[in-house]
Design a protein around this ligand. Structure first.
Ligand code: SF4
Length: 92
């Protein structure tokens, strides 16, 4: 549903007919680690994440798994089994 509050006009999974359902009724601004990420959107003079309402939480335990600007976070790279990749490399 389209946001009608903090990120007005942006698609958001937390928006409902009754308003923002995220904690506190608004998403939180992006943090410094998000700079360069393609998921950043600007609303007013602040930047927010288009995929997750609390960017700081996404970085709390390591690299954000949605980040587009940090290597090793895409699903394709994560799916590679290092043992199988090694066997494949030896076969060539
Ligand atoms: S996807 Fe992760 S790194 Fe990118 S803006 Fe959102 S929280 Fe920040």
């Amino acid at each position: 549903m389209l946001c009608t509050t903090t990120r007005e006009g942006n698609e958001c999974a937390f928006m409902s007919k009754n308003g923002c359902t995220f904690s506190g009724g608004t998403c939180n601004p992006a943090i410094e680690a998000c700079l360069g990420c393609e998921r950043l959107v600007t609303a007013g003079d602040m930047q927010y994440c288009s995929s997750y309402p609390d960017p700081a939480a996404k970085w709390r335990y390591g690299v954000c798994n949605f980040a587009t600007h940090v290597k090793g976070t895409s699903k394709e790279e994560a799916k590679i089994n290092p043992l199988k990749a090694s066997r494949r490399a030896h076969r060539r």
